[in-house]
Design a protein around this ligand. Structure first.
Ligand code: SF4
Length: 455
């Protein structure tokens, strides 16, 4: 374990680690394992200036070697917070050992191309220095001369810009960090799209046989990870792996930021200690009558809360894996009894079909067909044909895209017809368990889809 160089600083405990100092939003929680951080406006409550940041977290640790850092991050078992959940130390090791004559590059992805996500923008707006600390430490270890922050949210852009200026004025870091604006679009946050955009190309995925860890931005070994991951790196390298693992239970025991949306009284961003139950989180979010939860964002999977005690399982990566779920991009979407989850999923599928980058045939032609099949099932217009079309089209699309987009959509569709088989049966007889006209609770604000085209 790395000895902290900030012995005078008390390591933060409980769920409030990343959101330390954002207490104005806090409401006491009996279990202390879930902390409400912000509502969905995700406005900064306190942009932490550098002096306060150092007072809260301590100075950057010095005297580190790559071996110490890799060992510490491996012992911590920190996994990426952007969606794939890949062990961070492996990513770092791959870039550190890449055979290249080019200097490595570090990219922190805060673009949140998942439209319901608010956690990354909130983190950057409230505590940009923690993310910059992580970038700085990783870049220093790799000998990277440049680093990039890929950001969509305007206020986050402003906060990070001010923080970079502040660090430069105080001589904190000599690393050159460039902010690159992320355009809108679901695929703009995909790994290769980020690399292309920062290289002044379009923010579209690119198929390549090379991993970006060996040949990424302008052919240089590139380490790309989510901004929250860098914030955790900054704390782990200060307080050690043992401290990090005291955050909860499961494989990756550190706290995590989650955006909770949909049919809840208090939608917003939460910081969670793994091990808190889904029921605790839903209670804290004032979810009065939840019917189902979509885990991980639009490429996620559903859990039907119809059966008793379903919500009692703990929220940690291992327990979730047993339910074939994952935190994914850190988004939980809740639907209530008044909503049909099949209709909801059909609307999301239609939205995602419209987000194709238009580069690969199976994606361009297959996703609209999958969307139409889902609409047939959702609207009870021809459920048999819809199910038949899903069975015949999915094999023609799966694993045939230049990126993960089609496979992510297929995962959502499979999970929907699997988790809600009884609902699909009801639709076959022209009925639906939800009452009244459907209003989507999980579509991005302003998205206009009509689950149409089911003819
Ligand atoms: S699979 Fe779809 S989103 Fe991905 S690169 Fe091809 S066309 Fe674009």
């Amino acid at each position: 374990m790395i000895e902290s160089v900030s012995a005078s600083i008390m390591a933060p405990t409980g769920p409030r680690r990343l959101s330390l100092g954002w207490e104005s939003a806090q409401r006491p929680v009996p279990s202390g394992r879930v902390a409400f951080v912000s509502d969905l406006s995700a406005r900064p409550r306190l942009v932490m200036p550098l002096a306060e940041h150092v007072a809260a977290y301590g100075r950057l640790p010095g005297g580190l070697t790559m071996r110490m850092v890799l060992d510490t991050l491996r012992a911590a078992n920190l996994t990426g917070r952007g969606g794939a959940g890949f062990p961070f130390w492996k990513k770092l090791q791959a870039v550190a050992t890449a055979e290249s004559r080019k200097s490595p590059v570090v990219i922190a992805n805060g673009s949140e191309s998942e439209p319901l996500s608010k956690k990354d923008a909130l983190l950057l707006k409230n505590n940009p220095h923690l993310v910059l600390d992580g970038i700085s430490l990783v870049a220093g270890m790799l000998g990277a001369k440049s680093a990039y922050l890929y950001v969509k949210d305007r206020e986050a852009h402003t906060a990070v810009n001010a923080a970079i200026r502040e660090r430069r004025e105080r001589g904190i870091s000599e690393l050159r960090v460039t902010i690159v604006e992320a355009p809108a679009g679901y695929v703009a946050g995909q790994e290769t799209a980020v690399v292309r955009r920062i290289g002044k190309g379009p923010a579209l995925p690119q198929f390549s046989l090379d991993r970006i860890s060996s040949s990424g931005l302008r052919g240089a070994p590139t380490l790309l990870s989510n901004v929250e991951t860098f914030a955790h790196v900054a704390m782990i390298l200060r307080f050690g792996a043992e401290w990090y693992r005291q955050g909860g239970q499961g494989g990756d025991r550190g706290t995590r930021l989650l955006t909770l949306v949909g049919a809840v009284g208090r939608p917003g961003v939460y910081e969670l200690s793994p091990g808190a139950s889904l029921a605790e989180l839903l209670r804290e979010a004032d979810a009065s009558d939840p019917r189902a939860v979509l885990f991980g964002g639009y490429f996620g999977r559903w859990i039907d809360l119809g059966a008793p005690n379903t919500a009692k399982f703990p929220l940690d990566d291992q327990a979730l894996a047993e339910h074939k779920l994952s935190f994914g991009a850190g988004i939980l979407g809740v639907v209530g009894r008044e909503t049909c989850p099949v209709v909801e999923a059909a609307a999301i599928t239609e939205y995602l079909a419209g987000q194709s980058a238009g580069q690969c045939g199976p994606c361009v032609h297959g996703l609209p067909e999958i969307s139409t099949a889902m609409a047939r099932i959702a609207l009870s217009s021809d459920v048999e044909r819809g199910m038949h079309d899903l069975r015949s089209v999915i094999p023609l699309v799966e694993h045939r895209g230049g990126c993960q987009h089609p496979d992510g959509v297929i995962q959502l569709v499979r999970s929907t017809v699997g988790a809600f088989a009884e609902e699909v049966k009801l639709h076959r007889s022209g009925r639906c368990s939800a009452q009244g006209s459907h209003t989507s609770v999980l579509l991005p604000p302003g998205a206009s889809v009509g689950t149409g085209g089911a003819g």
